[in-house]
Design a protein around this ligand. Structure first.
Ligand code: PLP
Length: 461
């Protein structure tokens, strides 16, 4: 119990929340009879709610964002110093932290050379989509404009991002969509679409992308946008052999490779970026959540010099530059926070810790799989892990949404917050999801999986 917090102190806040808040991602009916949960404080990877109840946070702020944990004074100081000196400049002129963070970031991304700032993952992806479209107009008469996305991947919440999003449960009821986005099949071997395994499966799943390209016409396809590890769509890891073949296909058809690192970026998988685990070289990398661990809003669209060059020095075209702006891409708080966030990851060796603790999380989840028949599959990369729950291991029929909800509620009652992939429609929406801050210790990991063990016993017997 955190002594600073008492129920009475915040009853007016709870009332204001219930009266006025429209919360993200939730049905509000239950709040007519239950109090909303309000997170009041955080330290390390612990958070406290309005009643002073303590939780281990295994979701990094709900949506896999707070990579370096809560209460970081050095980030607060860096932001404070920067905003007192110069808090904002938007448009065409630069600022000191914008240039400095770009340099620091690119140091971790060999082969990449330009950083375009905005505020959210969706916006970073939209910028990349616009760059692809503009390149199509400048170089290919507008023809090579299609953007391929993968079933189960998510790239954001705007209408264009939903148009390039592979999760029907998020898209339904928001159409009509933006044209020019085309879906390719997912690559989850556990729910195999081809009767193959291992590397052969990975190559076949990548070949399925080529089939779509050939069907659409390679001269119409400008880019392929993929998550390195599909996050909210079910914690889907690429099978071996997948990424090298994907790279080969993109090069063969002159298709730009856009990797969405909004979740995996800045350490989550134990590498600076998820794609670096697979030896691929992208043309675009987008990132947001972990860039400043939620201490300030910032997102980046990172490109190669070759992409950047296409927007330069074309006097024959009056529209020859990227005519785009993000007002709050000019907020220096984001860049100052991002710089210190990265320095913390380096100082505290959090990439090493992520690999070690991720391996422990996977070991623990596999041990639970041996004990609980309801765990059909365990998957993970660094501190982004999932356990897929099935009613029957043979048929792989997913457990119900209600059962997944019961596991989450039981774990919450034990003082641990875990997540699940989107649960509003049946299908892939049955994986428990674990993404604690990268500072997690062995005790934290064991406490998280221990809570899940108890919950599975109670919910499934
Ligand atoms: N891309 C991926 C892979 C995501 O998971 C998300 C959000 O969860 C986004 C993009 C969109 O980011 P934002 O919510 O910051 O717009």
């Amino acid at each position: 119990m955190n002594q600073n917090i008492s129920r009475n102190d915040l009853s007016d806040v709870v009332a204001a929340d219930r009266a006025h808040m429209w919360h993200h991602l939730m049905q509000h009916k239950p709040l007519e009879t239950n109090d909303p949960r309000i997170i009041v404080e955080g330290r390390g990877l612990k958070v406290w709610d309005q009643n002073g109840k303590e939780f281990i946070d295994s979701v990094s702020g709900g949506v896999w964002t707070v990579n370096v944990g809560y209460g970081r004074e050095s980030i607060a100081n860096a932001v404070r110093d920067q905003i007192l000196k110069m808090n904002f400049w938007g448009g065409a002129m630069g600022t000191v932290p914008a240039a400095q963070f770009a340099e620091k970031l690119l140091d971790k991304m060999p082969g990449m050379s330009r950083v375009y700032y905005s505020n959210s993952g969706s916006e970073a992806n939209e910028k990349a989509f616009k760059m692809v479209r503009q390149i199509a107009h400048k170089r290919h008469g507008g023809r090579k404009h299609k953007i391929l996305y993968r079933e189960r991947d998510y790239h954001g919440t705007t209408i264009a991002c939903l148009s390039g999003g592979g999760q029907p449960e998020r898209n339904a009821q928001y159409g009509p969509y933006t044209p020019g986005f085309v879906e390719v099949p997912h690559c989850l071997e556990y729910r195999a679409q081809w009767d193959l395994t291992g590397e052969a499966y990975g190559q076949r799943a990548a070949d399925a992308i080529e089939e779509v390209i050939l069907r659409e016409g390679p001269d119409t396809v400008g880019a392929l946008c993929l998550e390195p590890v599909t996050a909210g769509g079910g914690v889907i890891l690429p099978p071996p052999g997948y990424w090298p073949r994907v790279q080969e296909i993109c090069r063969k058809y002159d298709i730009l490779l856009h990797i969405d690192e909004v979740v995996c970026g800045v350490g989550r998988t134990g590498a600076w970026f998820g794609y670096q685990n697979y030896g691929v070289q992208p043309d675009f990398v987008t990132m947001a959540k972990g860039v400043a661990s939620g201490y300030a809003a910032i997102s980046c669209t990172v490109t190669t010099e070759a992409v950047f060059e296409q927007f330069k020095d074309d006097d024959s075209d009056p529209l020859n530059y990227f005519r785009d702006i993000s007002t709050f891409g000019g907020c220096t708080a984001g860049q100052a926070a991002a710089m210190e966030n990265m320095a913390i990851i380096e100082r505290e060796d959090l990439l090493d810790n992520t690999r070690a603790m991720g391996a422990r999380m996977l070991d623990n989840l596999r041990a639970l799989q041996d004990k609980h028949a309801v765990i059909g599959d365990v998957r993970g990369a660094g501190l982004f892990c999932g356990a897929e729950l099935v009613a029957d291991r043979g048929t792989k029929e997913p457990v119900s949404e209600k059962q997944v909800g019961a596991v989450l509620a039981d774990v919450l009652g034990q003082g641990v917050i875990i997540g699940a992939t989107n649960r509003s429609l049946p299908g892939f929406n049955n994986s428990l999801c674990f993404a604690p801050p990268l500072i997690a210790t062995a005790d934290d990991i064991d406490a998280i999986t221990g809570a899940v063990d108890g919950a599975l016993s109670r919910v499934f017997g």
